[in-house]
Design a protein around this ligand. Structure first.
Ligand code: ATP
Ligand code: MG
Length: 501
């Protein structure tokens, strides 16, 4: 029998205060798509970083095609044929597509770049994926999905035998996910082994052949995907028996809102971003903002929060017309905005969990009323516990936390300002299924405590579960409103896609 393409045996890796991996085995065959699954902080990204030479392992061995390899840096791993797209895409938006694909391995001699060769190589890499894309376009001008494809093309530019994708679909819409899956299946046919990290169970069942589950840095097991039911799989990840009831109840107990409007937007709009729209948010309400990627959801949120200036309409808070022309003004009026883009608008990577968590509250209070150390500690203890943030302590740099746990710190940052209304833009992106349920319960609790929540999510089921009313946007216009009993997945999908008319 042929040896497996990739075999990791007994991998161990500790960081100060954390055993991120202990005795983990992981095997991937050529021509298979293998899911790597587990809760936030389970060790998925760390295992990948050990494999790709970002972190040296403390214990264990790695074999590729039967040979022991010891990648000491990502460049080594690439040379062995291991190509990786990391959880946080690291490309350069101001450079062209071609430059991004060949960055760091540009053909040329004595400091002169060979532009023809660079373009040719970039085109070949994209052609292999059957992606059409102008190699001279500036990367930053492309959609996130396109940028993702470029990242994959870059990864495959070398002689890849194994492709590693760490949560590549977190910001893609359904059609783009389908495109990515087509690429993955094609590469599988070419004999590549593919490691795929995701928190979406639908995706696990749609494309993967086998899967490996980690929990708390340890191996739970390896399974053929069709052999596990969803509930069995979730049970393996969480380490307890789960029943269907655990995941249907969520926040469904819908309450009638107070009927008291807290935020009202009249014909607020911005050329090219969103056509003038009316929107009223009541205390004690979870209002959904539905729509496909690019429909104008985030744009609307940015207008409400004063990040972008509206060029029409007016806003009122508690009945008074107000001018919200900056996030600072928005915070002063009791608004909070937890952004979908945790990397560029969210975390301060080099600062601690504590500093990240108190950031918005301190900004609200101003420089002359610094939070005391005791107040900071109290806040951190409270939120680390309430949101079950997995961190060694509050003084750990936030960049050391797993992706999902960073997301929880951002949520805590805004809750700490005790807002009257909060905009949550994709609050569960990258968050595991257990924590998702916790966040949904938290949203229900905030609502019951009288907070107004504007909830944006690409996952329709999640919108239906959490909201009592949904405004649907389509092509940067309000397409309709769905309330109460009409609120169903089918109905929302029809409105989002415009299948009605
Ligand atoms: N550079 C680092 N320094 C210290 N601790 C780290 C570092 N990288 C990861 N950790 C810790 O190792 C553990 C595993 O993290 P990892 O990023 O591998 O989780 P994950 O399974 O990828 O989670 P997610 O689904 O949230 O992305 C976590 O407790 C994390 O805080
Ligand atoms: Mg991760």
């Amino acid at each position: 029998m042929n040896p497996a393409l990739l075999e990791l045996r007994g991998i161990g890796k500790s960081f100060p205060g954390v055993k991120a991996l202990q005795g983990v085995d992981f095997t991937v065959n050529a021509g298979e798509i293998h899911a790597l699954l587990g809760e936030n902080g389970a060790g998925k990204s760390t295992l990948i970083k050990v494999l790709t030479g970002v972190h040296p392992a403390d214990a264990g061995e790695i074999r590729l095609g039967g040979q022991i390899i010891r990648p000491a840096a990502p460049k080594d791993a690439e040379r062995f044929g291991i190509s990786t797209v990391y959880q946080e895409v690291n490309l350069v938006p101001s450079l062209s597509v071609a430059e991004n694909i060949t960055l760091g391995r540009q053909p040329g001699r004595l400091g002169f770049l060979n532009w023809r060769a660079i373009r040719r190589r970039a085109r070949a890499a994209l052609a292999r994926l059957e992606v059409e894309c102008d190699v001279d376009a500036e990367l930053g001008s492309l959609s996130v999905a396109r940028q993702q494809m470029v990242a994959i093309a870059r990864a495959l530019d070398t002689q890849a035998r194994l492709l590693v994708l760490d949560e590549p679909t977190a910001s893609l819409d359904e059609r783009e996910v389908a495109e990515l899956f087509a690429i993955m299946r094609k590469l599988r046919t070419d004999g590549l082994g593919i490691v795929f990290v995701t928190h979406f169970l639908d995706q696990v069942y749609a494309v993967t052949d086998r899967l490996t589950v980690l929990r708390n840095g340890q191996l739970v097991g390896e399974f053929a995907t069709p052999d596990l039911t969803r509930l069995q799989l979730v049970g393996k990840m969480l380490g307890r028996e789960v029943s269907a009831a655990d995941f249907s109840a969520g926040a469904t107990a819908r309450r009638k809102d107070s009927g008291r409007p807290v935020l009202a937007a009249h014909q607020i709009g911005r050329q090219g971003a969103i056509a003038p729209v009316d929107l009223t948010l009541h205390l004690g309400e979870v209002l959904g903002l539905g729509g496909l990627l690019g429909s104008g959801r985030t744009e609307t949120a940015r207008l409400l929060f004063g990040i972008d200036a509206a060029d029409s309409g007016k806003l009122s808070v508690n009945g008074d017309v107000v001018k919200i022309d900056s996030p600072r003004a928005a915070v002063r009026h009791g608004l909070a905005f937890c952004s979908e883009d945790r990397k560029s608008e969210g975390i301060l990577p080099n600062l601690s969990v504590r500093e990240n968590l108190i950031f918005a509250l301190q900004g609200k209070r101003g420089v002359f009323r610094a939070l005391s150390r005791a107040e900071q500690t109290h806040l951190c203890d409270h939120y680390i516990k309430a949101l079950r943030i997995k961190t060694a302590d509050a003084d750990t740099p936030i960049k050391n936390l797993s992706g999902g746990n960073q997301q929880k710190v951002l949520l805590a940052r805004w809750l700490a300002t005790q807002p009257a209304m909060i905009i949550l833009d994709e609050p569960t992106r990258g968050i595991d299924i257990g924590a998702k349920q916790e966040i949904e319960q938290l949203i229900a609790k905030l609502r019951d405590d009288g907070l107004a929540v504007l909830f944006i999510s690409s996952e329709i089921d999640e919108v239906v579960r959490n909201c009592s009313r949904v405004l649907v946007l389509r092509e940067r216009k309000l397409a309709g409103e769905v309330i109460g009993a009409e609120l169903s997945t089918e109905h929302l999908m029809q409105l989002m896609a415009g299948a009605h008319e």
